[in-house]
Design a protein around this ligand. Structure first.
Ligand code: ADP
Ligand code: MG
Length: 244
């Protein structure tokens, strides 16, 4: 039995008197793609943000491999190199070319040699189908292209797991497909991924496991088959009916 990449143990999170996460337990195994679905406000983003310690938990523990990341004495820069994140709104630096966007963290934070990283960045750009965009600024790109660059930028840090928070929710419908294919390709290479998404097709076809969150708890989890076809849970059924 392999060890999980991320282990979430009895994690709670409060904002004042609002309990947003209620004793969540979840293991993410190496190479696994886990889709997190559920209604707006159910705590999906908060859970994801706790996984790379952008957000502090109020109770419980999160482990990244052998390291308890809810401890004090965590090197957050190092942690976030290994636990990468892709956001809904890309967060590219507008005043930097695509190449600079990709090189910045590997060179500045991870102290990688620039010439070596440039080669690697070009390979990553090829991987997301945008090698011809290396010298342009983000404003010249479509939303779908921006998100593919954001994925390449995250990969340049060589993370051990990549977290996605609704990576296609800010895109025009015709651009959703290209980002999902990039993610599917990444999944095929064995990348460990946690994807918060409203794209039920992706969750069903690409995810190894699906987690349904509602009001701060994991109400259902299982294979896509179990969650999409076999659930007896009425809240899950009602949500899926709305989404499909
Ligand atoms: P989801 O991603 O599933 O839509 P979130 O994790 O963003 O849900 O939010 C869960 C709940 O926590 C919501 O009620 C939201 O309003 C609340 N919340 C999220 N972030 C904060 C914050 N920084 N301060 C106060 N409340 C927050
Ligand atoms: Mg969210």
């Amino acid at each position: 039995m392999k060890n999980p990449v991320i282990r979430i143990k009895d994690v709670s999170k409060n904002y004042g008197s609002l309990q947003v996460l209620k004793k969540i337990n979840l293991d993410i195994m190496p190479g696994e793609v886990v889709a997190v679905i559920g209604p707006s406000g159910s705590g999906k983003s908060t859970l994801l943000r706790c996984m790379n310690a952008i957000e502090k938990v109020s109770g419980g523990e999160i482990w990244f491999k052998e390291q308890c990341i809810t401890d004090r004495r965590v090197d957050y820069d190092l942690l976030r190199q290994k636990v990468g994140m892709v956001f809904q709104h890309f967060n590219l630096f507008p005043h930097m070319t695509v190449m600079k966007n990709i090189l910045l963290s590997p060179v500045k934070v991870k102290k990688q040699p620039k010439d070596l990283m440039e080669k690697k960045a070009l390979e990553l750009l090829k991987k997301v189908g945008l090698e011809d965009k290396k010298d342009v600024y983000p404003e010249m790109l479509s939303g779908g292209q921006k998100q593919r660059i954001a994925i390449a930028r995250a990969l340049a840090m060589e993370p051990e797991i990549l977290l996605f928070d609704e990576p296609t929710s800010a895109l025009d419908p015709e651009m959703v497909g290209e980002v999902l294919s990039t993610m599917q390709e990444l999944a095929r290479t064995g990348m460990t991924m946690v994807v918060v998404t409203h794209e039920m097709g992706f969750a069903r076809e690409v995810a190894d496991r699906v987690v349904f969150m509602d009001e701060g708890i994991i109400m259902e989890k299982g294979t896509p088959q179990q969650v999409f076809e076999e659930t007896q849970n009425e809240r899950v059924q009602a949500f899926l009916k709305k989404m499909l």
